[in-house]
Design a protein around this ligand. Sequence first.
Ligand code: LLP
Length: 433
Amino acid sequence: MKLFGTASVNNKGNLEIGKCDVADLVNKFGTPLYLVDEELIRNNCRLFKSSFSNSDIETEVIYASKAFLNLAMCKIIHEEGVSLDVVSGGELYTAIKAKFPPNKIYMHGNNKTMDELTLAIKAQVGRIVVDNLQELYLIERLCKELKSKAEVLLRVNPGIEAHTHEYIQTSTNDSKFGISIFQEEICQIINEFQSSDNVTLKGFHCHIGSQIFEETSFYGAVSVMLQFLGKVANECDFITEELNLGGGFGVYYSQDDTPVDIANCLQNMIDIIKKNAKKLDIKLPKIMIEPGRAIVANAGTTIYSIGGTKKTYGGKNFIFVDGGMTDNPRTALYDAKYEAVIVNKVNYENKETYTVAGKCCESGDVIIKSIELPIAEPEDILAVFSTGAYNYSMSSNYNRIPRPAVVFAKDGEAKLAVKRENYEDILRNDVEF
Ligand code: LLP
């Protein structure tokens, strides 16, 4: 088991996060609870910002908000000087409501609706990342109607196969995202952008996948993209001003995971860009990266109450928690692995191998398939680590289960960021007839 950020075991033998005793937070906020280590998020932002910088090249770190977003997150990200990637009207609306500076917002999506694009254009987001030509035409039309202009990047696909779960690979040649850099009509596509009155193409965006551990995948993508910039300069007469390299930096969930050294990897990426630009004799573009998971995953811990345990006839030992795939669908979806402790028994000896299951009406509702823990009893508290990314953001109301509260802990203070849903929230949009 690995503890991250401010997580530690206090002299009462309890787990502590952000200098708050988790048992006390349970008394105050109830369970299940998404507990966030604010300091770790801030430190991760600082690590990315300081490592992705170089005096010869303009850089920008953009947080991929799909990993975890709410008003409190927008505030922290902005205070840390990081920009924001949004991928839907809902994420954009959250950023607008949080008064996030629009010029630091990147609007993504492979199928943005007219409403979403209208919202983005009206808000004057910094960049729209255009997925395809149909979308360009739509943006052009909307800009005309709204008497506005848009600066955009084109999403391209460098055909890099990063070794990660098939569902979270994005850059194979059959990806639904972007346009392949190998497409023969690439110059015609760029020309379409250049002949637009209201849309200005500033450069390109690519993203090769998520939860990537092989740093060579990032270096390969960078080299391929630089070659592509050389090609479009020579063959399409297009000088790229901006290159957004996406996110994908893998994190530690369990002992199987070996994340890259972020500082080292980012510096290597910059070196490769500089070397290749010189070799190919192309102007150094501004470069951006878009980490999501690596900023928040290890900063989140989900706290559950254990309702009961069950030894099956077949020999399986279950722990039942008061949440499940509704607050963390990643085990069911990706066979994700997690580490956990019993908060009130952190120093006890591990005695059993358990499967941690939720309360949903579905056999696949499992959070951890196999974990060694001390003997678990009803009313014990279970903390599942590294749930900060793609848990709250992928949560659901399956079985009409209300979503947990989100609490940020820092320096002994715990702030409620998202209220626990109640049954009225579950009914809010139902219409009786
Ligand atoms: N930029 C773009 C365009 C993306 O599509 C993504 C993630 C990111 C940045 C951030 O990637 P990250 O640094 O977080 O790996 N639900 C899945 C992950 C899906 C990622 C989708 N795109 C999971 O729970 O593992």
